[in-house]
Design a protein around this ligand. Structure first.
Ligand code: SAM
Length: 231
């Protein structure tokens, strides 16, 4: 059973009974998503590309664990504001029930809802055939599959939102075998962001040839992680 829980910044999260874990930080779901995935991930890469003058036609985002579509909606809004084109590919093995998802988003105060939330959640059923859909020119594709059985994106990812449950809840997704696939799916010069800074996870990324950068975390968490795949 999935429960909806309030978090401290006035936004909501879901709780998975199977993993006994919440989808976001209880200190603030929206705050965490904005801080870890949008600002430290997408905004960082967007600024870096502008500084280095390395534009690609589309910025490719890969998300492991789509959940409520919160990170996806923030990314689509970012693309609209900055007039850039995104290709967002998400992988999700257990999408929330559509009634729960609607209720989750309806609970949010209007000023907290990303502009694209409604259009995006309407797209969820159409994700089942894995086809890309377009939303204001943004390419959105979600694969409803266990990521361990997925063969990877056609184009390398510029930014990875690594938003699975914690290593305690699902250790296999944080092990060398899967992390090495994720690093292969990244473009050299790309980055991955996650809320987890565990020493073992950082060591695994380093052993795969990446640079693991600890950053100050969102409210309630001391640190977060940004991983860079060298060029
Ligand atoms: C921490 S929540 C993600 C929150 C999400 N990014 C959001 O914005 O709501 C983790 C998500 O990963 C999904 N997940 C867990 N294991 C998975 C797997 N092996 N393959 C694909 N998705 C998985 C869960 O179903 C859940 O939706």
């Amino acid at each position: 059973m999935t429960e909806i829980l309030p978090t401290r910044d006035g936004s909501y999260t879901l709780k998975s009974s199977r993993f006994d874990a919440s989808y976001h930080s209880t200190h603030g779901a929206m705050t965490e998503s904005r801080y870890v995935f949008l600002e430290a991930g997408l905004q960082f890469k967007y600024d870096k590309n502008r500084r280095e003058n390395t534009h690609t036609e589309r910025l490719n985002i890969l998300e492991i664990g789509v959940g409520t579509l919160l990170n996806a909606a923030l990314a689509v809004d970012f693309a609209r504001i900055h007039s850039i084109k995104l290709s967002y590919i998400g992988v999700e093995s257990e999408p929330p029930d559509s009634r729960i998802l609607q209720e989750y988003w309806d609970l949010h105060p209007p000023e907290m809802r990303p502009e694209s939330w409604q259009e995006l959640i309407k797209m969820y059923p159409g994700f089942s055939d894995g086809q890309a859909q377009f939303l204001s020119g943004q390419r959105i594709q979600v694969h409803l599959v266990d990521v361990h059985r997925w063969t990877g994106p056609e184009q390398p990812a510029d930014v990875v939102f690594f938003d699975a449950f914690s290593p305690e809840a699902q250790p296999e997704i944080w092990e060398d075998r899967f992390l090495s696939s994720v690093v292969e799916w990244m473009r050299p010069g790309g980055c991955l962001v996650t809320y987890c800074v565990k020493g073992e996870v950082r060591r695994r990324f380093k052993a795969l040839g990446c640079v693991a950068e600890k950053l100050p975390g969102p409210p309630g968490k001391r640190e977060m992680l940004r991983v860079h795949k060298p060029k």
